[in-house]
Design a protein around this ligand. Sequence first.
Ligand code: RP5
Length: 284
Amino acid sequence: MTSKIMLHMKCRNNAYPKTDGKIIRFPVPDNKVSWFNDYLTYKPIFYTALSVLNQKWADLDLNESKFKPVWNNIDGNINRISFTGNYMIKNNFPLNPYGRTGLVGRGLLGRWGPNHAADPIVTRWKKNHSENEVHIDTGKPILQFVAIKRKDSGEWALPGGMVDCGEIVSTTLKREFMEETMNLLEKSKSDATKVELEVENIFKDGIEIYKGYVDDPRNTDNAWIETVATLFHDEKGDHVSALKLHAGDDAVGVKWIDLDNNLKLYANHLLFLQDIALKLKCHW
Ligand code: RP5
């Protein structure tokens, strides 16, 4: 359960998501990522998507006189604290704790500074008839986890989502799992209640696996995603076998994926899974 030091990769040296290649990040080589290394020619463009402006779930622009954020603190019912420690503020702009991204503004993110998310990792053992299946190369049992195919990037990802204002993380974990992997928002009230009961059982005992920065393609110099990733492992597989997976909300696909270190997943989600492989001594 650590916030790991890494060089962010997915949020630099590429076009900004959902802009049809029109918003290009200023190049940031590895040795210029840190704010402590001078980069005198650094002139990133400013971009905040129109879809973010004037939304209830988003901040106002920093030049609005009535907007007085309390950085590095709980600000009313908004959590502006970073898991990485106190972030720097420059000219009233919060600075990404992992360094330059080649873009200033908020991009597609609602909050200046940390945007808090939660990622549920629901796992079971892969079975061959009733036995745990072992991997041919490592001889270790194969773990499977529930993944969604994201509508925005088409990549496979953990079924996480943003923590709503004032919401506790355990509620976000359940809500996002039900919305994205069980299409809860489209279900009748009685079907939704059944799903909620099944999910309640699975989400009884979680183990916090990762807490920290997400190398999300939407991050900017002034807005970034942080998450709490929690493991819900069903050792016997009875509870999770009852789940009827059906993609919903922001997902266009959902499935059980065999854990393997060669997987290509959204953001740095594979990093969260690495710790689980160590913990459960499974194939990686
Ligand atoms: C990732 O984006 C987080 O780890 C989480 O999975 C997700 C939250 O954003 P939305 O899916 O709500 O867009 O950075």
